[in-house]
Design a protein around this ligand. Structure first.
Ligand code: FAD
Length: 400
């Protein structure tokens, strides 16, 4: 815990911890308001799709796992499923369809096809302690980490009921079962691991920040929880910063496109102006702190094969979210894996020409933009929480 405040360059990025910390208060303040705006708070998703990996999903019966939906009539008309599917269905030609969802060749995730699924008001659903734990939660995490196997020629694409899921030889899964093993891995594998471990650490930070004291029934930050799950493994904390920089770089890169998006929900353009003003603050912070050199990845021999594998693995991670046995955790799991997948797409799939909003204004779906910004908000919130835990730790040490 003594070294829980990292310093210097963040590995694989061109940014340092101090830079991220110096902008985070302002970033968080803007994001926190932004995600309350109508455009960013409503999310439609099918939370009840079959788990493609196992049949017993270990459903969480704890009331903390439950969430409520929003009636479609509350959603501004232009974002309702019928309007979106009319728009999107006609323009996407390289779609690979699965029941209820699809992916395009450029996607790092499975996307909802907007014909099924409920609407959720994300501003009313905090990511926090739910009570979902034990063998089922551990199995989901283990399966996600097992996707960190890149075998080039050894990869096989499964046909059958779940086409698109990558199956891996058992021996390879075993080889990557440990947490440490970065030695000998290529840069892309390390990036993959950092993304997942950072996401896991960010979720853990939220669980510890809004923790339910089972004895008193009160919600409060739990320092010991944070020490056990995150701070005693310094690399996990570092990967929260890593993900933040990756997301910031994606937001900076897609900035002109985001600025040209139509955020208007009411018809009088007030929401649009307010949303755009906060968003432009976020974009300018991202341009300053989002220093990640995406061009060092997926280069050289086999670059394209490696990228396709990376994509297939990450798509699988978004599918594994259907196996999370707690509704609230599944919702945030889906949003954040979609958000990170959107960032990866922006960084590794789209060239400057594709990013031009004038020539390619259907580049991202609304759900991808919403997921990207809400995911950055979650990571920025985790860094805020980390600051609070550092203060708590200092106060505790001073009294000892
Ligand atoms: P877990 O967090 O389950 O971790 C399992 C094992 O993974 C650990 O023993 C450790 O070896 C390793 N590990 C842990 N952290 C990392 C890391 N950062 N990097 C690498 N390895 C690591 N619970 C809630 O209360 N609220 C939520 O919103 C919530 N959302 C979830 C979303 C998803 C997608 C999943 C899969 C689970 C979610 N959970 C949530 C459950 C939560 O993440 C834990 O699984 C649960 O609290 C039990 O924690 P644990 O201490 O047993 O270890």
């Amino acid at each position: 815990c003594k070294n829980s405040s990292p310093t210097g360059p963040i590995d694989t990025t061109m940014c340092d911890y101090e830079t991220v910390e110096s902008v985070n208060d302002r970033l968080y303040a803007n994001l926190h308001e932004l995600v309350r705006m109508p455009f960013f708070k409503y999310f439609q998703v099918d939370l009840y799709r079959e788990c493609p990996f196992w049949s017993d999903d270990g459903s969480c019966s704890d009331p903390g796992c439950a969430i409520t939906t929003v009636d479609e009539s509350e959603i501004p008309e232009k974002w309702r499923a019928s309007a979106l599917s009319r728009l999107e269905g006609s323009k996407i030609d390289d779609r690979h369809e699965l029941p209820g969802c699809y992916y395009r060749d450029s996607d790092f995730c499975f996307l909802d096809d907007n014909t099924e699924g409920d609407y959720y008001d994300l501003s009313l659903i905090p990511e926090r302690y739910t009570g979902y734990a034990g063998a089922d939660a551990a199995r989901v995490w283990r399966t996600i980490y097992e996707e960190n196997c890149f075998g080039l020629s050894e990869l096989t694409l499964m046909a059958g009921p779940n086409p698109g899921l990558v199956s891996l030889p058992e021996s390879m899964s075993e080889a990557f079962r440990t947490e440490s093993g970065e030695v000998g891995q290529c840069l892309e594998k390390r990036v993959y691991y950092k993304v997942i471990s950072g996401l896991h650490a960010s979720i853990s930070t939220h669980i510890c920040q809004e923790h339910l004291n089972q004895t008193t029934g009160e919600w409060a930050p739990n320092l010991q929880c944070f020490i056990n799950r995150v701070a005693s493994h310094p690399e996990r904390l570092q990967y929260i910063y890593f993900n933040t920089v990756l997301l910031l770089r994606a937001v900076a890169r897609i900035g002109p496109y985001l600025s040209a998006f139509d955020y208007c929900s009411t018809g009088n353009h007030e929401d649009d102006a307010e949303t755009l003003s906060m968003l432009s603050n976020v974009i300018s912070i991202a341009q300053n702190a989002g220093r990640f050199d995406e061009t060092v990845l997926f280069r050289g021999e086999n670059a394209n094969i490696l990228k396709e594998e990376f994509k297939a693995h990450f798509r699988n991670v978004t599918r594994i979210m259907d196996c999370v046995g707690c509704d609230k955790c599944r919702l945030w799991g889906k949003i954040q894996t979609t958000g990170v997948a959107t960032a990866l797409k922006i960084l590794f799939e789209l060239d400057e020409k594709a990013l031009d909003p004038a020539t390619n204004h259907n580049l991202l779906q609304r759900s991808e933009v919403v997921a990207l910004i809400n995911t950055l908000h979650r990571f920025s919130e985790s860094l805020e929480a980390v600051e609070g835990f550092r203060e708590m730790w200092k106060a505790t040490s001073a009294t000892e």
